[in-house]
Design a protein around this ligand. Structure first.
Ligand SMILES: [Zn+2]
Length: 85
């Protein structure tokens, strides 16, 4: 397999959407090509970050609030709300 083809398959490989034949050829190429191997690692990392963001976005509001509360409580200045008089 050439690098061109490997890069073409890369996004599908990250999503585990390759056929077993494609996957075999792709894996073989990664074993002998460090460039594509690094590229693939980066692609996987990027996908993971995106997934984490999606998970966070879909997290229940109570969980988001407690996470926000944790980060807010680390600040020393109290936040003033315009709604409270
Ligand atoms: Zn390559």
């Amino acid at each position: 397999m050439k690098c061109d083809k490997a890069r073409e398959l890369m996004s599908a490989a990250v999503d585990s959407e390759l056929t077993s034949r494609e996957n075999q050829a792709f894996t073989l190429h990664l074993q002998e090509c460090s460039d594509c191997r690094e590229e693939f690692e980066e692609a996987k990392k990027t996908k993971q970050i995106i997934q984490e963001k999606i998970v966070r976005f879909k997290a229940p509001q109570s969980l988001i609030n407690s996470i926000m509360g944790l980060s807010l409580s680390s600040k020393k200045e109290p936040s003033t709300s315009p709604l409270t008089d």
